[in-house]
Design a binder for this molecule. Structure first.
Ligand code: PLP
Length: 364
């Protein structure tokens, strides 16, 4: 079996995979209804919210699109606080649907500054909503969402959060931090294959929904709510993944949120200590280094693609490369979901041998 250490899809426990081998059931029947209600209640615990949570069949990007089209109208101004590839994607979706995007750019590898958000909101009172990434998977940075949210809420703006690679792995109390829409995806810390986006919706987001008129059909939260009241989803759901999620949620709740967060913090620290002890350095500002994905800078003659190829072919260890302008410049180790220190030890032992084979140390 491969040691799949990319930041999603993540490896799935055997019991989760086995759940997907079940025969289909009627998605408009009582068994599915009971399962959906049970999953929704458990997700609320993991999102730390009292408000609505919906399962949407689609990938994380679908959830981001849902956040936009359910709360905004063409011409609405949004502040995009982007710290990497996925922050830019969130802004592109808003732009595509006709929002006027005001960018607040942050150097890749750094976290967003709450004071810069304050200034941007002060400078433009017409901004209606703020788009924010909790954990930027492309750079390995976790924003201080509590502080950023406080800045946003001083101005009483809607806060739409991409928490795709953090929720369920890094603490994110959705209600306490006033996140109006929070989006995550099944293939990340949830230990489930890709196929489901999960979103929370606050009362303020519902208020925005009632006025928003961007085109929406498949993603309409009103339809999702209406059907959930009957234990259904509006459209045929990805039933096998729902079976899988039902098993993984029980595992997550059994471990408990504090233990999950502590395990991710411990494993992430082992990654950071490990790469530094090999002479590598983090790409991300260490004060904001993510507990689910580490981005490591290429240096000293390291050929990242060669290193990844040797790791994959000879050690069955799969690491991620950099995206867009970071291609060939960084590599990333995913450590979210079903992961322990032993998985990381295997990566570090292999890296120790492979780094010099891939040119590391040939140039100082
Ligand atoms: C932070 C973040 N946002 C958005 C996405 C896009 O999710 P998907 O590929 O499931 O559409 C990802 C996936 O890697 C992500 O990590």
């Amino acid at each position: 079996m491969e040691n799949l250490r990319i930041p999603g899809p993540t490896p799935c426990p055997t019991s989760v995979l086995e759940a997907m081998g079940r025969q289909m059931i009627n998605h408009r029947g009582p068994e599915f209804g009971q399962m959906l209600n049970d999953i929704t209640a458990k997700l609320k615990q993991l999102f730390q919210t009292q408000h609505d949570v919906f399962l949407l069949t689609g990938s994380g990007t679908g959830g981001l699109e849902a956040a936009i089209v359910n709360t905004l109208s063409p011409g609405d101004k949004v502040l995009s606080v982007s710290i990497g590839v996925f922050g830019d994607r969130f802004a592109s979706i808003a732009q595509q649907f006709g929002a006027e995007v005001v960018p607040l750019k942050v150097d890749w590898g750094k976290a967003a500054d709450p004071n810069a958000v304050r200034q941007a909101l002060q400078a433009d009172p017409n901004i209606k909503a703020v788009l924010m990434t909790h954990n930027e998977t492309s750079t390995g940075v976790t924003n201080d969402l509590a502080a950023l949210s406080s800045a946003v809420k001083e101005f009483d703006k809607l806060l739409l959060v991409d928490a795709i690679s953090s929720l369920g792995s890094i603490d994110l109390p959705v209600d306490e931090w006033h996140c109006d829409i929070t989006v995550t995806g099944s293939q990340k810390g949830w230990m489930v294959p890709p196929g489901l986006a999960m979103v929370s919706v606050s009362p303020e987001a519902w208020q925005a929904h009632s006025e928003a008129n961007m085109p929406r059909f498949y993603w309409d939260f009103a339809r999702a709510k209406n059907y959930l009241e009957r234990g259904q989803t509006p459209w045929t759901p990805v039933i096998s993944i729902v079976f899988a999620l039902s098993v993984s949620l029980d595992m997550l709740l059994k471990e408990g949120l504090p233990s999950i967060f502590a395990r991710h913090a411990r494993v992430a620290q082992a990654v950071r200590d490990g790469v530094k002890s090999l002479g590598l350095s983090l790409f991300a500002d260490e004060k904001h280094a993510s507990n689910t994905v580490s981005a490591i800078a290429g240096s000293n003659g390291l050929d990242i693609n060669k290193m990844r190829k040797i790791l994959r072919e000879e050690y069955q260890i799969v690491l991620a490369g950099g995206q867009q302008q970071l291609d060939g410049k960084i590599f990333r180790i995913g450590h979210l979901g079903w992961v322990t220190e032993d998985d990381i030890k295997a990566v570090m032992s292999a890296l120790k041998v492979v780094l010099p084979q891939a040119g590391f140390g040939s140039v100082s």
